[in-house]
Design a binder for this molecule. Structure first.
Ligand code: C5P
Length: 408
């Protein structure tokens, strides 16, 4: 799978560093030539000698010492390595190295090479489950993906600490397939698909100053847009008022109210192969927003606002569906599954993603989610707590299957 490829294997400090010895051998077995760069912390877990013996090459550990075997001098060895590589694979990638890469710190040979290379950078984040699921790590990974780094979803299971959850080094064959996919671009499995995503809340004006809104952060919708774009899709993202960076290669349209979102969606949905309505659209809007700021009336203690229903954007699309895959999101507080299934039917959807408010690490603002994906035939699968980006890919995998059935 990797015949003739040059891989720089970055090893960072973590107990999983010993598995990189097996990874190195498999990369070589697949035909790659591998040069290993280790951080100081990695060299405390496994000695450079082990990697050197396995790779048949001197191992790079020190920024300040020239490497004899490649003849590079101290000043240029990072550039030489960065240019030599067809891909840079960091496995395990520690929380520390991930954080450094996010801010462009380059205080050791590995981070310098990563900053210097123009070739694909592939990370296998590996750490204790709590560190992996920590908002800081998740946000760093969102940022790195937005900049085009390929991030392999972490493996699940028991950690050396005894903790259970995501953050293990993925199986070696998973890593190898991922690297091969990045190099021959087979991970671009949604190329030529047009995908429309809505995200965030809507703001419904009461007067020029005040509005009715909700707590949606937009993160789930942005994760879907980002994941789809990384898989090669042509993505349009209609965003309500949110504080999020536009993912790379995504066309963004900003809107504020449900009415504006409706207009934008109906213009864009015609071209879409799939629509993901992840926005938390307001169900009601003030009937006649005041032109001037409503004054506080000292005599009356109450203010009556008359609200009217907004158009059901997704329901309208479902009513005149012609082959577009429609994905809805539901957030329920009681009888969750029954309500979500009813919504899937009444809006004529292909999938509905049920968000839980009850589970810790799910819902508004956070970078993780706990969802149940329900299909048209009623089949429901509750996924474990995972990064919103990983949830996005799970949803996209199912939509990809639906495309295949549709095209058959
Ligand atoms: O009925 P409910 O609002 O819970 O449905 C949620 C789903 O419907 C979400 O996918 C949401 O984006 C979509 N929706 C819509 N138009 C509305 C309200 C919700 O498309 N006015």
């Amino acid at each position: 799978m990797l015949r003739g490829k040059h891989i720089v294997l970055g090893v960072t400090g973590g107990i999983a560093a010993y598995k990189s010895c097996y990874l190195l051998r498999e990369l070589q077995r697949e035909g790659a030539t591998v040069r290993v760069v280790m951080t100081d912390a990695a060299a405390r877990f496994v000695t450079p000698l082990t990697f050197s013996a396995l790779s048949g090459q001197e191992v790079y550990t020190d920024l300040w010492t020239a490497n004899q075997s490649t003849g590079s001098n101290i000043g240029t060895q990072h550039i030489d390595l960065a240019n030599w590589a067809d891909a840079l694979l960091i496995a395990p990638a520690s929380a520390n190295t991930i954080a450094k890469l996010t801010v462009g710190l380059s205080d050791n040979l590995l981070t310098i090479v990563t900053l210097a290379t123009r070739r694909p950078v592939i990370l296998a984040p590996t750490m204790d489950a709590d560190m992996y699921l920590n908002e800081i790590t998740q946000q760093n990974l969102v940022t790195l993906r937005a900049r085009g780094y390929a991030v392999i979803p972490a493996g699940e299971g028991e950690h050396a600490s005894g903790l259970k959850g995501p953050g293990r080094l993925p199986e070696i064959d998973v890593i190898i397939r991922f690297v091969a996919g990045v190099l021959d671009k087979t991970f671009l499995d949604l190329t030529a698909k047009k995908i429309l995503v809505t995200a965030g809340p809507t703001y419904e004006s009461i007067d020029p100053v005040r509005f009715i809104g909700n707590r949606s952060s937009g993160k789930m919708g942005f994760a879907i847009a980002q994941a789809a774009a990384l898989r090669g899709a042509e993505v349009t993202l209609i965003a309500g008022p949110v504080q999020l960076e536009t993912p790379r290669n995504v066309k963004r349209i900003d809107v504020e109210s449900a009415e504006q979102m409706q207009k934008a969606v109906s213009a864009e949905a015609k071209k879409a192969d799939a629509v993901f309505m992840a926005a938390a659209v307001a169900d009601f809007t003030p009937q006649t927003p005041s032109r001037a700021k409503i004054k506080k009336d000292v005599r009356s203690k109450n203010l009556d606002l008359h609200l009217t229903a907004t158009p059901d954007i997704l329901g309208t699309l479902g009513g005149k569906k012609n082959g577009t895959v429609l994905v809805g999101f539901a957030l329920e507080t009681d009888n969750e599954l029954t309500h979500a299934k009813e919504k899937l039917k009444s809006k004529n959807l292909d999938l509905i993603v049920l968000n839980s408010l009850a589970d810790e690490g799910a819902g508004f603002g956070v970078d993780t989610n706990v969802v149940t994906i329900i299909e048209r035939n009623g089949h429901a699968k509750k996924l474990k707590k995972m990064a919103k980006f990983d949830v996005a890919n799970e949803i996209l995998n199912r939509v990809k299957n639906l495309f295949q059935h549709r095209d058959e």
